[in-house]
Design a protein around this ligand. Sequence first.
Ligand code: BDR
Ligand code: CA
Length: 358
Amino acid sequence: MRTAPRARRPALTARYACPSAHIDGALGSPYDAAGINSFGNPVKSMPRKIIIDTDPGQDDAVAILLALASPEDFDVLGIVAVAGNVPLAQNARNALKVVELSGRTEVPVFAGCERPMRRHLVTAEYVHGDTGLDGPDLPAPRLELQPQHGVDFLVDMLMEHPPGTVTLCCLGPLTNIAMAMVKQPAIVDRIKEIVMMGGGCFEGGNVTPAAEFNIYVDPEAADVVLRSGVHIVMAPLDLTHMMQATHERLDRIRALGNRAGQAVFEMLSFSERFDLQKYGSQGAPLHDPCVIAYLIEPGLFQGRHINVTVETASELTMGMTVADYWGVTGRARNVHFLRSGDAAGFYRLITERLARLP
Ligand code: BDR
Ligand code: CA
């Protein structure tokens, strides 16, 4: 058994080096200063430092693979598992499997919180299978979890790096992030931004008529994060339900012919059954990769800066994200709410990047 070294950063190996350098300015990223040199030419920006907080989950796995296949865009400081789709121990094990699948075994994996802040854990084996990552037959991980608690890792990374340089990519319930904010409030002003999958507005909920799963599992954590004052980008169901994994799109991923492409095909072919039956659509929604795709190619997405507040009192609408899309409340805007996106461009990006993996 091997333990991932704690402090090593992902190296840009020939395998991952991209011939066409990603240029933030050229893509019109709203959040990175356009890199223009003194001759007026675009220059390649540094990879963005990110921490991925996740409960893998087939769609989380695709998001992690997309990030790990994109070293010109991301310096992945670590991956932190949280309880959500399945219990924490299984999610953490799944994160290790996905890191091994990517070949990026230098990226450390941590386990965070075992249960939501105030509630019993609600899981979703009925969607993701008993392991949380049913579908492909991935080998038992040889990598081991880091000994440090995931919440302490989040706090340490944010305190060690200069303010405004670390982005949090949140793919599951927000328990770890809220707990880190409670444990060390000084991190709040140091977070560059939080890009999270969660919530919904016009599309309603997916676990109750009102609530989306990630918010429903830990509404108090979502409340802490949404009120924190950190710049938040939200990828809600309104967006992710547009990103349908049709059979043509899945076939193109399988046709890549690599291990990662085959595994993603098998994962999404497993998890689609529940959603296809529920929505009667051509393909299942693909949620969590929207977070990573947004950071790579923000031009694929459209959104609006609005106030979003989470319901934490009413049992009927628990975990509902009350999104003031029309600006009727006068509440301070706290979220860039992604309402729609270019599904063809999204799958083109995923397929291109997965092609780089083993
Ligand atoms: C979210 O819930 C989980 O089941 C998925 O991984 C995604 O993060 C969608 O509601
Ligand atoms: Ca997830």
